[in-house]
Ligand binder design. Structure first.
Ligand code: C2E
Ligand code: CA
Ligand code: CA
Length: 759
């Protein structure tokens, strides 16, 4: 029934969940990325500083190599011996090269003479294979630099000679260049130093020095030293680049810039280590957040689904009548609007039908509300069944339904459909074991003929329904323009009546009632009269219903009571009968008002008789009966007017102990010689008497009727034959003449028949 539930529910849910999940995912991955980035930065910084550490250690080691050479390269004897034209190889071997091997571990040495030619060569294993052109080429830049620095250390003296003045004489520093070269595929540390004299010398010429290049392998002791100096883990010498991720690499370059090996070490990666510790926590946190998100998602989905469902339900109940399941008034209005918009082109007719269940109040009153409910449900089902598929049926209020019938061909066709509706409804409805017969009054308006606005159509259908009911129950009317005129004139009349009441333009006529003898006036009935400004007399049969509809009846009724009670003083001993409409009993303080009026006019309650028709029993009548009972207990007489004209009069006699029974005019007028009518009249009189009631016959127009009623001992008689309703003045005159005549003992003089208040 609530189709859109799922969709709208998940739509609302997604509107909440999707952005929420997105925000969570984005911020989580943002945090993740940020942490990993800073870890990498800190790793890189650490590696950078470790790199610097190794570079420093290597530099220190190389400097130390140069220092170790000092003993042989800054030495007068070596300087002189080596620079001889034919130096002694043996001396060089023993005192320079082998000595360097023995004391400092330089296991390779090469001497380059002043002419830049290869002098002595030393290897601790006596091999010379290692010395090749490539190696010499690698060493050449360092040797050339040493030679140049040596030459640059000379200064010209004033005598024109050159003086050797090294940069830092006091420290006895050699002129040396250090570096790394590849030797038989292994990196070797080398130091190339100029052979210089110990003492400062002055020479006529600047000649390049002999250069001693001493080498030792990096692998082994030296590597160990560098490792210790830099305090790094996993220190190794590798031939090539390794691809292992967490290894730091320090490339060893030859003076010519070639990479001849790599020092690798286990980088301490503080960032990565931190991440290693943090990652599980992060993952845990992410999992927890994910779990929370999932929970919230599920919860939100459930909530929104439940919300959507209850919303759909609320919408359904707001649109439908709970008892019949039919759309209600507001829904009907919306559906009608839609239908009219669809057919806005005016090519097809749409009928709007108002339906009123006749006598539904009676069913409710006599059989109870649950029976009433069953009737409503049955009628709803039948209406739905009988109207065309495309039609709409709705329950407008208690016993009111409405229909929309689409593609309505013409009035005849619609009449046919409504016939079927009527037939369907008139089949008996079973309530328990009881068969009930319902009937409908219907009013129809048709679009576009009667308009295209939903409110206008509904109003016109309502007018048509009013017309149907006014013509008796079980009928139907199609809206006609003249009906609207009637409504308008009714509206006009109600406005004018209100004004007349306000301006005290209404009046009362009084119609006398005799006793059985027909010689004594015992009571008068007060009847409202309205003569308009232009002299038009509006009969009560017209303005009383209008007053009832507009609620003016309350005001009017009070006015009548007041006036009648005020006048009663003028006619002592005579009962004043006043008509009271059922609507007046709905006023919660009606009884109090009546008593106040009696008190204000100083009239004993016994002199007032109120006339009610059996319609007072329609609807919820408990309060009406209560009010009647209170009035009766206070001494006011209560008469049942128009007895026999209605629906189930006899049962009403049981429900309230009326003082007076007024037999409906129709029984009296039907009488003339009609045995059946006479029999009914007689039995009503007998029934009333048996119940201890005063019997009044009204509408007496002939002497025969009087004689018949006298013969059957009817208590009171009223009618044109005795007198028409008279105005107060005329009544006073009438009473004087009438009573005077009979007390004087004359026969019945009927000359007053023609004297009327209105005539
Ligand atoms: P009702 O209460 O049955 O009043 C009697 C009606 O019968 C009066 O009509 C009266 O003029 C008429 N009538 C009396 N004798 C005869 C007769 O011999 N032949 C014929 N054909 N008619 C006779 P009226 O005054 O036109 O009143 C019509 C109805 O209007 C009353 O019927 C009563 O129901 C209502 N009505 C009049 N005045 C009031 C009022 O003040 N309050 C209320 N609630 N209803 C009133
Ligand atoms: Ca009456
Ligand atoms: Ca009457």
């Amino acid at each position: 029934m609530y189709k859109s539930t799922g969709n709208s529910g998940s739509r609302i849910a997604n509107a909440i969940i999707v952005p929420m999940v997105a925000v969570v995912v984005i911020s989580l991955s943002g945090i993740f990325a940020l942490l990993h980035w800073s870890a990498r930065v800190s790793d890189e910084t650490a590696e950078q500083s470790q790199y610097q550490l190794i570079a420093g250690a290597l530099r220190l080691t190389q400097n130390y190599l140069a220092k170790q050479q000092n003993g042989v390269v800054i030495w007068d004897e070596a300087y002189h011996r080596i620079n001889q034209p034919e130096p002694s190889q043996g001396w060089i071997y023993d005192n320079v090269m082998h000595w360097l091997y023995k004391t400092d571990g330089f296991n390779r040495s090469v001497l380059i003479d002043r002419e830049f030619k290869l002098g002595s060569v030393y290897a601790q294993n006596h091999s010379t294979k290692w010395l090749n052109a490539k190696l010499l080429a690698d060493l050449k830049p360092a040797i050339a630099k040493v030679r140049a620095r040596y030459i640059a250390s000379f200064k010209r003296t004033p005598s024109g000679l050159f003086s050797y003045t090294p940069e830092l004489i006091s420290t006895r520093r050699s002129i040396a260049e250090t570096g790394v070269v590849a030797l038989e595929g292994e990196p070797y540390l080398f130091s190339a130093a100029a052979i210089i004299p110990q003492i400062q010398s002055v020479t006529p010429r600047r000649v390049p020095p002999a250069v001693l290049v001493s080498m030792m392998p990096l692998r082994g002791e030296k590597l160990q030293e560098i490792s210790e100096m830099s305090r790094l883990d996993g220190f190794v010498l590798m031939q090539q680049q390794s691809s292992e991720a967490d290894l730091g690499r320090y490339p060893l370059k030859s003076p010519l810039g070639e990479t001849i090996g790599v020092i690798a070490w286990q980088t301490s990666q503080p960032g990565t280590q931190m991440m290693r510790r943090i990652d599980p926590l992060l993952i845990l946190a992410a999992l927890m957040i994910a779990a929370v998100v999932v929970l919230v998602t599920v919860f939100t989905r459930q909530m929104t689904r439940r919300l959507a469902r209850s919303e759909a339900k609320a919408v359904h109940t707001a649109r439908h009548d709970a008892l019949s399941g039919l759309p209600n008034r507001s829904r009907f209005h919306a559906m009608l609007s839609d239908t009219l918009t669809e057919n806005a082109d005016g090519e097809t007719n749409t009928a709007v039908v108002y339906i009123d269940l006749d006598h539904f109040k009676d069913i409710n009153d006599t059989l109870g509300h649950s029976a009433g409910d069953k009737v409503i449900v049955a009628v709803a089902q039948r209406l739905r069944r009988v109207i065309p598929e495309s039609g709409i049926v709705a329950r407008i209020s208690g016993d009111e339904f409405a229909m929309v019938i689409r593609n309505c061909e013409d009035d005849v066709w619609l009449d046919f459909i409504l016939d079927q509706v009527q037939d369907e409804i008139s089949r008996p409805i079973m309530i328990g074991r009881r068969e009930l017969f319902a009937s409908l009054s219907m009013g129809a308006a048709i679009a576009p003929r009667d308009g295209n606005d939903p409110d206008e159509l509904l109003r016109k259908a309502d007018i048509a329904l009013y017309d149907a009911k006014a013509n008796g129950r079980g009928r139907r009317s199609f809206f006609e323009q003249s009906m609207e005129l009637q409504v308008q004139s009714r509206d006009k009349m109600s406005r004018e009546l209100r004004l007349a009441l306000k301006n005290d333009e209404l009046d009362l006529a009084f119609q006398p009632q005799t006793d059985t003898s027909a010689k004594r006036i015992v009571s008068v009935e007060a009847l409202a009269r309205w003569t308009m400004d232009d002299g038009t007399v509006v009969p009560p049969s017209q303005f009383i219903p209008v007053a009832e509809e507009t609620g003016l009846i309350n005001e009017l009724g009070i006015w009548v009571l007041n006036k009648a009670c005020a006048k009663a003083h003028e006619w002592p001993g005579i009962t004043m009968s006043v008509n009271v409409s059922p609507n007046q009993f709905k006023h919660p303080r009606f009884v109090e008002k009546v008593m106040a009026i009696l008190a204000a006019n100083n009239l004993p309650p016994q002199r007032l008789e109120i006339e009610v028709t059996e319609t007072v029993f329609a609807g919820r009548n408990d309060s009406v009966l209560k009010a009647l009972r209170r009035l009766k207990n206070l001494g006011v007489k209560v008469a049942l007017d128009d007895f026999g004209s209605g629906y189930s009069s006899l049962s009403y006699l049981r429900r309230f102990p009326f003082d007076t029974l007024k037999i409906d005019r129709d029984f009296v007028s039907d009488m003339n010689g009609n045995a059946e009518a006479e029999a009914i009249l007689v039995s009503i009189i007998q029934l009333g008497k048996a119940l201890g009631m005063t019997i009044v016959a009204e509408g007496i127009e002939t002497i025969e009727q009087i004689r018949f009623l006298q013969a059957h001992d009817c208590h009171r008689m009223q009618g044109y034959f005795i007198s028409r309703p008279l105005d107060a003045c005329a009544l006073s005159q009438f009473l004087e003449d009438f009573q005077g005549k009979y007390s004087a003992g004359f026969g019945m003089d009927l000359s007053y028949r023609g004297r009327t208040a209105e005539a």
